[in-house]
Design a protein around this ligand. Sequence first.
Ligand SMILES: Nc1ncnc2c1ncn2[C@@H]1O[C@H](COP(=O)(O)OP(=O)(O)OP(=O)(O)O)[C@@H](O)[C@H]1O
Length: 287
Amino acid sequence: MIESVPAGSGVASTDPLDAGSPAVVVSGVGRIFAGKRAERAVNALEQIDLVVAPGEFVSLIGPSGCGKSTLLRLIADLDTPTAGTITVFGKSARQARIDQEYGIAFQQAGLLPWRSVAANIELPLELHGVGAAVRKARASELLELVGLGDFAEKFPDQLSGGMQQRVAIARALAERPRLLLMDEPFGALDEMTRERMQNELVRICAETGAAVVFVTHSIPEAVFLSDRVVVMSPRPGRIREVLPVKLGTADARGEALREHAAFFESVGAVRELLHGAPTSGALGVER
Ligand SMILES: Nc1ncnc2c1ncn2[C@@H]1O[C@H](COP(=O)(O)OP(=O)(O)OP(=O)(O)O)[C@@H](O)[C@H]1O
């Protein structure tokens, strides 16, 4: 089933103008939410600098309220920074949104209950005027990619939570984005389904070559999925440290990795950082 989507085919064709640009550049970004009175203003993010390379998987982790979702929303141009700049593949966040450079997936799958699974995946293509035959072909290709080839005509309420989330990921990939922005996409799933979805996501990223910015509360999830883990401090959210945790290629990141000493070492290091202890150097074991 996976063979129907050749490696790299999930990625938008490269615009020669932005070839070589990082997927995301966040530079000196801050976000203050104004209150009715000045003392009520919320300083959510301060001095955020982050560069995400094409194809790189970066997780954001930190205490509740430290600004993870805010940062993701700024990258997605769903909100505007009060300081600093953000570019996505060399374009302003706004232009990147207009050009559909990224797909988004949130904790709630957010599927339309009256549309079939295939029709949900086709929706972004339909909104952008893609013809029916191309839409249908793309939806069936994506359903194979996320392992739901037999569910095209089902409706969301006929699927489990994990399956619905896979449909949401397929929908996010519909326009072949080179970047996925994911805010706790597996947060509502039980532990076993969650781990299975993590395995799937590693495979999907390897097949599509998409970069990912991934918000999570789960340290093992961040370590299992990521090339780098960005640990944030409590409000005002700042980057406390960026840990390179890449524990191997997609092929090497199977179930066995969860029992590997390097995995536990990285989990421990992220946990220590979250609790404020310093650390140094790369933790990952390249295999
Ligand atoms: N639209 C808004 N107006 C005012 N304050 C906001 C707004 N959006 C977020 N905030 C505040 O900004 C801070 C950061 O919120 P954000 O949702 O980004 O944190 P988070 O790290 O994603 O939290 P969690 O892990 O609990 O989801 C919080 O104090 C929140 O209350």
